[in-house]
Ligand binder design. Sequence first.
Ligand SMILES: Cc1cc2nc3c(=O)[nH]c(=O)nc-3n(C[C@H](O)[C@H](O)[C@H](O)COP(=O)(O)OP(=O)(O)OC[C@H]3O[C@@H](n4cnc5c(N)ncnc54)[C@H](O)[C@@H]3O)c2cc1C
Length: 477
Amino acid sequence: MSGKGLNGTPLTRDFANGGVSFWYRQIGLPARRDALPGARDYDVAIVGGGYTGMWTAYYLKKSQPDLRIAILEKEFAGFGASGRNGGWLSAEFAGSRERHARARGRQAMIDLQHAMFTSVDEVIEVTKAEGIDADIHKGGLIHVATNAAQNRRLHQELAELRTWGFAEEDMRLLTKEEQESRISVAGALSATYSPHCARIQPAKLAVGLARVVEGLGVDIFEGTTVSEIRPRGADGRATAVTDRGTVTAEYVIRATEGFTAGIRGQHRQWLPMNSSMIVTEPLGEEVWERIGWGGFELLGDEAHAYCYAQRTADGRIAIGGRGVPYRFGSRTDVRGATQPQTVAALHKILTTLFPATAGAKIQHSWCGVLGVPRDWCSTVHVDHRTGLGWAGGYVGSGVTTTNLAGRTLRDLVLRRETELTGLPWVGRQVRQWEPEPLRWIGVQMIYALFRAADRHENAQMGRTSAYARVANLISGR
Ligand SMILES: Cc1cc2nc3c(=O)[nH]c(=O)nc-3n(C[C@H](O)[C@H](O)[C@H](O)COP(=O)(O)OP(=O)(O)OC[C@H]3O[C@@H](n4cnc5c(N)ncnc54)[C@H](O)[C@@H]3O)c2cc1C
């Protein structure tokens, strides 16, 4: 990346270093808040200032304004995946529907899916009500198949979704003409459309949420790293140990997603999986005329190492995919810097799907971490005995799920039995990941197999490649 900002201004050190994400390059990094000034006591202490932490603080404070709530954040609110994602505010939920249904029955999983549909609108309504302008546009979601195996999978998935509460109006096949008139994707064989998805500018949502929760009276301490979380002791208080002092609270909620392995005793909890993105320069009218995309739908493909894309409010394409999936020992990235080979791979996907972008410059690249539980299913939980709670393991579908998590954590902390606390992702216990080097070897194998499967399927195979079936078996998805 060049050493110049979008309008020719020199980049700050953060951006010159690869930096955090394009979304912050657009709006500037927020001014830092103060660190924790020393030992404190709160009703609720939330570890992590991403969407999960901030939605939880928001709904708790809205329900009970006298609650004393602190967010403890090691960098700045919105530093993690919440400020770096692809901006799909979608109703997709991580994890196997069958697994959730086994725990609480099929209807409970269908209820969870409907809760995801309404969560998309909830985020849109709250942002409107709170004056958060996050470039939100609810144009829906298009999944496109670009080879015969993907085409077959897309049809199978649609048939499967019909049995899980997806009516025709929730997802349907597009005719060739409809698909072409929405987005012209080279080599598209078929496509589905779901209205339950909106485009967002992720950092605008994160920065806006931080402003709103702070305005409600939540203390956000930045530059404050939590090293350990302890259950209630004899004094009945749970504890978050930080480098700036110890915070005691009635409840300590962990909302650290892909960074969770950095907290003592959590090393094998959620695997930090990497995802990378690139963004083009603003594209000219002639390019948009060839591509279309006037409805600002979100776009994904059906590859095993799938991609996700959006048309930004200022006329660029932002597109992401897996890149280097995992670093040995659950290490996370260095402030969002991504590797040249990942940028090249994403550029190839971009220009293959949209040949009209061949001449467009790539203006920024970055990566971030998502949290992957051993069974790939998100969970939310509060233990009233220990005073500890958490939400996460969203894999690649956390933008909307964090909102559902925030409202569910509110109900759990306030000991309310609601429709939300009866959903099947509440209170699930998931086994830990294997120790190293098994973890590293396993993830390398899974993604090598997925890439091999995609290559095979691109070479005209009509069925899902056996490589992908083996990868799914190893991954435990
Ligand atoms: C590149 C990328 C693209 C994605 N695209 C999409 C998408 O389009 N749609 C979608 O639904 N999902 C997407 N996701 C996933 C989604 O962004 C996340 O699931 C969601 O943002 C998780 O929010 P969170 O608050 O739980 O975690 P984060 O946003 O990661 O927040 C965790 C916070 O905890 C802080 N923290 C960590 N450790 C400590 C500690 N020890 N002490 C104090 N603070 C700590 C971190 O600094 C961070 O701010 C994407 C993720 C990535 C990385």
